[in-house]
Design a protein around this ligand. Structure first.
Ligand SMILES: *Cc1c(COP(=O)(O)O)cnc(C)c1O
Length: 222
């Protein structure tokens, strides 16, 4: 069965990424695929590592701490990105484990991360998560508060790589991706973490530098 073969899924996604990039006149390697392995056990991740995938995303610090040290020991050169909400009291653990953090959304977390980085000497790239549709139930900094958070992150000397968003569900995401791209441009930020299984091709045509793809690679989460 083709669809249950992770190698085949990975190849399909890479082909779709290349074609979206070509359509937009962007180089294929301008977008990094983050394979979101949350909820999937190490045994489900190994075939993708064997197929050459090196960058993975997790949404919980504790799950990542249980799953990844062994995998990282087996295969040097893996990169791990935190894509889920982070509590300030887990900042030290996150800084110790992850190479990038996509969910920086408030000043208390900026402060906790800066302290953890100073203490450990590790400096994972930080993306500020924007509540791009200004939805009441959604995580991320409200668009109106973004400028202040960027200033605070820069003052704390966090390595701010860019912006991240999850657009509102069930509606056309392109305008939200375009808004995130504009906000990043306005603030001189190069990184754009946007696009998931259902909309990564659209995100690439609008300038995504990082796409976060889970179910299209691993199948539906249980
Ligand atoms: C789970 C998750 C993804 C991946 O979602 P899929 O629809 O399975 O590709 C991407 N980004 C974030 C923040 C997530 O929590």
């Amino acid at each position: 069965m083709h669809d249950s073969d992770p190698n085949h899924r990975l190849a399909q996604i890479c082909a779709a990424m290349a074609s979206a990039a070509a359509q937009a006149g962007r180089p294929t390697d301008a977008t990094m695929l983050i394979a979101v392995s949350k909820t999937h056990p190490a045994d489900a991740v190994r075939p993708l590592i064997a197929a050459g995938q090196r960058v993975f995303g997790e949404n919980r610090v504790q799950e990542a701490e249980q799953k990844w040290p062994a995998l990282c020991e087996e295969t040097p050169g893996l990169a791990l990105h935190l894509i889920g909400q982070l509590q300030s009291n887990k900042a030290e653990a996150a800084v110790a484990l992850f190479d990038a953090i996509h969910s920086v959304d408030r000043v208390s977390l900026v402060t906790a991360l800066a302290r953890a980085m100073d203490k450990s000497g590790r400096r994972p790239a930080c993306f500020l998560q924007v509540n791009i549709g200004d939805e009441p139930q959604k995580g991320g900094v409200p668009t109106a508060a973004l400028a202040a958070l960027i200033a605070q992150a820069r003052a704390a000397e966090l390595p701010v790589a860019g912006l991240m968003c999850i657009p509102p569900a069930m509606i056309e995401p392109a305008p939200y991706f375009a808004l995130l791209a504009k906000l990043a441009r306005d603030h001189g930020l190069a990184g754009l973490s946007m696009g998931m299984s259902s909309d990564y091709e659209t995100a690439i045509t609008i300038g995504a530098t990082h796409i976060r793809v889970g179910s299209a690679l691993f199948g539906e989460r249980g």
